[in-house]
Design a protein around this ligand. Sequence first.
Ligand SMILES: Nc1nc2c(c(=O)[nH]1)N(C=O)[C@@H](CNc1ccc(C(=O)N[C@@H](CCC(=O)O)C(=O)O)cc1)CN2
Ligand SMILES: Nc1ncnc2c1ncn2[C@@H]1O[C@H](COP(=O)(O)OP(=O)(O)OP(=O)(O)O)[C@@H](O)[C@H]1O
Length: 232
Amino acid sequence: MDQASRRELRKSLRKSRRSLTLLQQKQASRALTRQLLKHPQVIRSRHIALYLANDGEIDPAIFAAEARRHGKVCYLPVLHPVLHNRLWFVRYDSEAELLLNQFGIPEPAIKRGRRRSARALDLVLLPLVGFDAAGGRLGMGGGFYDRTFAFKRAGTYSPFLMGLAHECQKVESLPIASWDVPLDGVVTDRYSYRFNRASASSTPKPAVDRLFIGRYRTQSSARRFRSSRSNG
Ligand SMILES: Nc1nc2c(c(=O)[nH]1)N(C=O)[C@@H](CNc1ccc(C(=O)N[C@@H](CCC(=O)O)C(=O)O)cc1)CN2
Ligand SMILES: Nc1ncnc2c1ncn2[C@@H]1O[C@H](COP(=O)(O)OP(=O)(O)OP(=O)(O)O)[C@@H](O)[C@H]1O
């Protein structure tokens, strides 16, 4: 896929997520929250990055409130003031002072002691424009997440990169660029998808090797996880 068709695809997917009604957005956000709260990767994570929904993105706000009630610490991406197209993560709680960034998206003011490095997050919930069955992600086109999490290509398991999307953002297949950091999973309003650990290999693998494991029953794995924790 060339740059022009990538742009076209981005445009049409953005349009379809923006065309969801307010009611559909609210229902999607509630359904997403239910999926996330029973997800084993969410249950085991304490430091979680998410985002403030923009441009029809599925909204993790209800989840954020629930997560805090469960003792999780939430963070928001902040455009790095110096490093080109990179993100910082700043704590998102009732004390966060929000300012608009250059794209008109609110982000917390950078304050000492409220930042957490990308490597020290347990789970990152990424906004996306499109995703495919191999963990490929099409974003807004700035390469912010790819640059910030480029260290994952060298074989780190953490943080877990989980894309959030409306089911209508799933596409057949996306081309992989050398800089792309594959997602470890995607959660939509309907399903949880999990991809294999190609990102743990030291050399990026072609799409065919990124085996699609598919939908899985988060309920039972969540139960397993809880019982294995209480046993140990
Ligand atoms: N909610 C949310 N927050 C996020 C992201 C995101 O995708 N969603 N980002 C993920 O990377 C970063 C910001 N990246 C963005 C990149 C482009 C545009 C955007 O609207 N571009 C306009 C034109 C931009 C301009 O005015 O210069 C456009 O394409 O229409 C928005 C966010 C960090 N925060
Ligand atoms: N690790 C990196 N090092 C250098 N350049 C990079 C890196 N990652 C991405 N880029 C550059 O960023 C540009 C945008 O990348 P891409 O179209 O994949 O963004 P995206 O994943 O859709 O956006 P985002 O992550 O911001 O939502 C590309 O042209 C690429 O050259």
